[in-house]
Design a protein around this ligand. Structure first.
Ligand SMILES: Cc1ncc(COP(=O)(O)O)c(C=O)c1O
Length: 391
């Protein structure tokens, strides 16, 4: 590779590519746009036939009995937590996740009990979870991070032993499977986000699945002001409904999701092979997949070995970006490192793995449109920059 020893673009050299590799691909197809147009022409903008169709199809594809669309993934977590957990409950939650998983527990009046993550997968460490049980622990809220299911057997075993309720936050892992089944088959409730950049993105949107009829009824009531008949409200609830424009985009994108997921999985294989090469091995380490799980690669996140390079992760990211390879950080700090959770921390900790990841993780471009030319740029940019910073 001719560029390996040349001057870095950040320092005035010629970049590997002046055209950046797209970090994600969230564009709508003509079919998506036409699906929305049909809703607009119908004038029926509220949740109606398209949301209902999305629910039926999503339940089937994720192996769940019930699916309920809602406004976003944060509302989905609230709809899951409220029937299962009471204020004052302790709920085990990963120290390494997006903030919403733990924040909605706090909003419910529960105490998030943060559990460290496994160093290889960055998924919740169930041995650590068992150690953090308290007399008030009532549940586990586990996130299938980056597109990869957690150790579901481990979660369910701890839950059965102690009578805990289980919520899986699947905002990043649409269509992932565990031991041959869709993740909707496991736990009490599974929640999804359809935020614009998710594998199935409708702009804003969310969905909840469960397998219990009574729980599904409670979630539906909470979603729409506890209304059982027109202007008859059996209980207090919210307006967390989706709308049919989002529903139409969701249905249209769902047609393509299996193929797009396969393309993400193929791209992940290419990354795995690339990063196993001697010039990268030991510097950038891919995450491993939970045994029994099939990951859908919402993100392709790697860990930087800071002792192998002369720069920080953020400096490395700047150098790569200048060469045409944009990266991102998911996430810059663990949840216990978030000021929002300070009040919950007394008596908790430490989280050695999660707390060190904010300085080390780096997400490389991941989407269904990554092709040969993108991988050429990715490989050359990584090789060029790592040759300059490797100790
Ligand atoms: C793991 C996780 N949980 C929850 C959410 C919240 O979803 P939303 O942004 O749709 O509210 C997200 C979204 O980024 C997420 O990644």
């Amino acid at each position: 590779m001719s560029t390996v020893t040349s001057k870095l673009a950040l320092h005035g050299g010629t970049p590997v590519s002046t055209k950046k590799v797209p970090f994600m691909a969230t564009g709508l197809s003509e079919a998506d746009i036409e699906a929305v147009n049909r809703v607009l022409r119908s004038g029926m903008l509220r949740a109606a036939t398209k949301c209902a169709e999305l629910e039926t199809r999503f339940a089937e594809i994720s192996h769940a009995k019930h699916a309920m669309t809602c406004a976003n993934g944060t509302c989905a977590l609230q709809l899951a937590y409220e029937p299962l957990f009471q204020p004052g409950d302790d709920v085990l939650v990963p120290a390494w996740s997006y903030i919403a998983t733990a924040a909605m527990l706090s909003a419910r009046g529960c105490r998030p009990v943060f559990v460290d993550c496994l160093p290889d997968t960055l998924q919740i460490d169930m041995a650590d979870a068992a150690r953090r049980m308290t007399p008030r622990t009532r549940g586990i809220a586990a996130t299938h991070m980056y597109g990869c299911p957690v150790d579901i057997d481990g979660v369910q075993a701890l839950a059965s032993k102690h009578g805990l309720k289980v919520v899986y936050d699947c905002a990043q892992s649409h269509l992932s499977t565990y031991k041959g089944q869709g993740v909707g088959a496991f736990g009490d409730v599974v929640t999804y986000s359809f935020y614009a950049t998710k594998n199935l993105g409708t702009g804003e949107g969310g969905l909840v699945t469960c397998n219990d009829d009574n729980l599904a009824r409670q979630i539906k009531l909470l979603r729409s002001h506890g209304e059982t008949d027109k202007y008859l409200h059996e209980q207090v609830g919210y307006n967390y409904r989706m709308n049919d424009m989002a529903g139409a985009i969701g249905c249209s994108k769902l047609d393509r999701l299996p193929a797009e997921t396969a393309a993400r999985q193929a791209a992940a294989k290419r990354y795995d092979a690339l990063l196993a090469k001697p010039e990268f091995a030991g510097v950038l380490t891919p995450l491993t997949v939970t045994p029994g799980a099939v990951a859908v690669y919402h993100l392709y996140t790697v860990k930087l070995d800071l002792s192998a390079v002369t720069c920080t992760r953020d400096e490395l990211a700047k150098m790569l970006d200048a060469e045409g390879l944009p990266t991102a950080v998911h996430y810059p700090r663990s949840l216990p490192q978030q000021p929002a959770f300070a009040k919950h921390l007394p008596g908790q900790g430490p989280w050695p793995v999660a707390d060190s990841m904010g300085q080390r993780v780096m997400s490389l471009p991941m989407h269904h449109l990554l092709g040969d030319e993108h991988f050429r740029v990715i490989e050359e940019a990584l090789a060029k920059v790592l040759a300059a910073v490797r100790k």
